[in-house]
Design a protein around this ligand. Structure first.
Ligand code: OGA
Ligand code: MN
Length: 281
């Protein structure tokens, strides 16, 4: 079957069909996938059956695997590259990180080199009466940038925001060692995508604690206003998962959040990898 790329019709996202990720991908097919990823921000493949190693190998074609604080606690046994995202408990012990991000965010934006992208492979998806639960929402911070009034664009362009690891409320408190390893960093508020050259907003309500050159109270109000703007319904795609979906998002142009609308005995089980990126510019 030839590869096909079908845009979701929302502000971002495309489904890719005609690709079996359990088989070797030739360079031309991979190049088409990578172009779609850069252009659409979110891409997904339905009906996949892949091993942890196949997911790691596919992830590596986009960039080196990033290891993060989740992986140190919850990785697939024998496969440290894959983080388990799940609400399942076995023998009284959670098998994965349960709350991977219920507030809008971009992964690891508080690090000096945030990951290029994140990939989730859905193994079990909760449902009620056959209706899928546990959707993930994605917002295009590129379309949100395009929609800003010119005067605000001028005010923002060239400025940097402070990202602070301790700003975000986490389901589990970070250790002092983790805090020490993640000192505050500064990133441009207006990022340029390294492959497409497209501009996008890079502001997270929970993680940004200030903006260079803007006084604290105004910066706080501006961060909140921009964070609200980015996630307006017109800029959002909501993914309804099916087992066998492999989906990946771009952490430069896209923000995301998990919808927490299910609980045990409804099980959700995802395998997650993150792909290394460049210093934001
Ligand atoms: C993540 C994340 C959302 C979800 O893994 O970084 O935010 O729906 N996951 O599991
Ligand atoms: Mn996340």
């Amino acid at each position: 079957m030839p590869i096909e790329i079908l845009a979701t019709g929302a502000a971002l996202g495309a489904e890719i069909s005609g690709v079996d990720l359990a088989r070797p991908l030739d360079d031309a097919t991979f190049a088409a996938i990578e172009r779609a990823f850069d252009a659409h921000g979110v891409i997904f493949f339905r009906g996949q059956r892949i091993t942890p190693q196949q997911q790691v190998d596919f992830s590596r074609r986009f960039g080196e695997i990033e290891f993060n604080i989740f992986g140190e606690r919850w990785s697939v046994p024998g496969c440290p590259e894959i983080v388990v995202v799940s609400n399942i408990t076995e023998d009284g012990r959670p098998i994965g990180v349960r709350r991977a991000g219920e507030n809008w965010h971009s992964d690891m934006c508080y690090t000096a080199r945030p990951p290029r992208g994140t990939m989730l492979y859905a193994l079990e998806i909760p449902d009620l009466f056959g209706l899928a639960l546990g959707d993930t929402e994605f917002a295009s911070a590129a379309v949100a940038w395009d929609a800003l009034p010119e005067a605000l664009r001028r005010k923002l362009d060239g400025r940097r925001a402070v990202f602070d690891f301790t700003g975000r409320k986490r389901a589990f408190p970070p250790t002092q060692d983790e805090i020490d390893r993640n000192p505050p960093v500064r990133h441009p508020i207006v990022r340029t995508h390294p492959h497409t050259g497209r501009k996008c907003l890079y502001v997270m309500r929970d993680d940004c604690t200030g903006i260079e050159g803007i006084e604290a109270a105004e910066a706080e109000a501006l961060i909140a206003a921009l964070a609200d703007h980015i996630v307006k319904p017109a800029f959002v795609y909501r993914h309804q998962w099916r087992p066998g979906d492999l989906l990946m998002w771009d952490n430069c142009t896209v923000q995301h959040r998990a919808i927490q609308d299910y609980d045990m005995p409804q099980r959700r089980l995802m395998h997650r990898t993150t792909m290394g990126g460049a210093v934001p510019a």
